[in-house]
Design a protein around this ligand. Sequence first.
Ligand code: GRF
Length: 191
Amino acid sequence: NNIVILISGSGSNMAAIVEAAQSRHWSTRYGARVAAVISNRADAAGLVFARERRIDTAVLDHKAHASREAFDAALMAEIDRHRPALVVLAGFMRILTPGFVQHYEGRLINIHPSLLPAFPGLNTHQRAIDAGCRFAGCTVHRVTAELDHGEYLDQAVVPILPGDTAQVLAARVLSQEHLIYPRAVERLIAR
Ligand code: GRF
């Protein structure tokens, strides 16, 4: 029951999942562990945390690959070394090819910082503020070939308050991401 987590940046969701795995004893309860954290950026801050926790890390620079297909093939090879039951996208800022998505069908999930189906894509918080929404949130979903679609596994809602900037709202949403993402992963591996 290996879990592989893909990141591009700060990796706070990855860290929340690693914390849950260790503090909630996923390995003894479900025989599950975070086997590897893979980043497409060498400077992703999350790599430092993963290394501190003695988790295997790897960096695969997308710019070193001639095409999206070539990058995804290399990424699949790296992921598959760990024979994962679950591949978790946590702030992984690359669009994946249909071949990749198909390869991990049924075991690939993502977190998106909006209440899908509202605001797929980027700049979700500013767009929610600009649209005059009273609520924002985040969605854990299965990954399918279409961006930010696929079965919703969990959502959390936060208010949008007067005077909110995108940054303030993002922080409010992120604190909920850290609650629902580990919970969703645990539900999947506990089956
Ligand atoms: C999160 O807001 C996530 O929803 C989005 O990218 C951000 C990643 O943050 N996909 P982190 O790297 O987990 O801290």
